[in-house]
Design a protein around this ligand. Structure first.
Ligand SMILES: [Zn+2]
Length: 277
């Protein structure tokens, strides 16, 4: 029997085999060719297409006086498509971050690593390197979680707007699902959103919203009041002073009133029909 002089006593290899220097160098080269940021423009144009479709559909409903007959299956599908597109983008961003972090570490390991052989065995046993799979998984789970992606996607203003439109078509007087804290406290009374101008007490037709306090008024009466030098917000309990430049068109409020009126009209038509029959 031959003696095994010169061999280490302990010949167990680490549980994960370290990458060879050659492979590490290859990764390093690949890493240097990766783009450093994910571009949003390609996904954005798809999202714009879906949003334009929904806007056109709503315009058609308005023009044909069919706002009370919105097709929710269609709108839900559009919302889902936009959600998936934003998710895909967030996944791409996460992958880029992940790959970059992994490549940075590989670069460092590649610079410092000894090659794995009998001479370096003891060193590897003492400090077992993480296997590449394991490393990637730990990077991945630290960067990408379903909740983190959903949370980011839910903040997208274009998606919020679509969900708001859907909510208004269903319940024109209900607070928005993505309302901010201002709506929460001020614009809602008795759980319903007021569809009337606080100054003229008429239904809002060309509503403008104060960027300062979030309150909405009919364009002409509020402009008249401001021109007469009365600058405080007309909503009782609101202490904001307004400038003309604080007012922006409130298209969602406009839609609320349109949907509300369309439903009233439909009710009247149905009642009439019942009377005739
Ligand atoms: Zn106000």
């Amino acid at each position: 029997m031959e003696t095994l002089d010169g061999l280490p006593d302990d010949l167990r290899v680490p549980e994960s085999i370290p990458l060879t220097k050659l492979l590490l160098n290859k990764f390093q080269r690949e890493a240097s060719q990766l783009p450093s940021t994910a571009s949003k423009s390609d996904i954005d144009s798809d999202i714009e297409t879906v949003i334009r479709d929904v806007d056109t559909y709503i315009d058609t409903l308005v023009n044909e006086e069919r706002l009370s007959e919105a097709n929710f299956d269609y709108i839900d599908t559009c919302i889902q498509v936009v959600e998936r597109l934003y998710e895909a983008y967030q996944l791409k961003v996460a992958y880029m971050k992940l790959t970059k972090a992994a490549m940075d570490d590989i670069r460092q390991v590649a610079n410092e690593a000894a090659d794995f052989n009998l001479n370096s065995l003891k060193q590897f046993q003492k400090n077992p390197p993480l296997g590449f799979d394991l490393t990637l998984n730990s990077y991945y789970s630290s960067i990408v979680t379903e909740e983190s992606i959903t949370k980011t996607v839910n903040k997208e203003p274009k998606l919020q707007r679509l969900r708001n439109i859907r909510s208004i078509l269903e319940n024109p007087e209900d607070p928005l699902p993505d309302h901010d804290s201002l709506d929460d406290e001020l614009a809602v009374s008795g759980g319903k959103v007021s569809l009337k101008d606080p100054l003229s007490l008429q239904f809002l037709e060309n509503p403008v919203r104060s960027r300062k306090c979030g309150h909405t008024y009919e364009n002409r009466p509020i402009l008249l009041q401001l021109r007469n030098g009365v600058t405080h917000c007309p909503i009782s309990g609101c202490h904001f002073d307004l400038l003309v430049s604080d007012l922006v068109p409130d298209s969602l409020m406009k839609l609320r009133v349109q949907v509300f009126k369309a439903r009233q009209l439909q009710k009247r038509r149905l009642t009439k029909l019942e009377t005739v029959m």
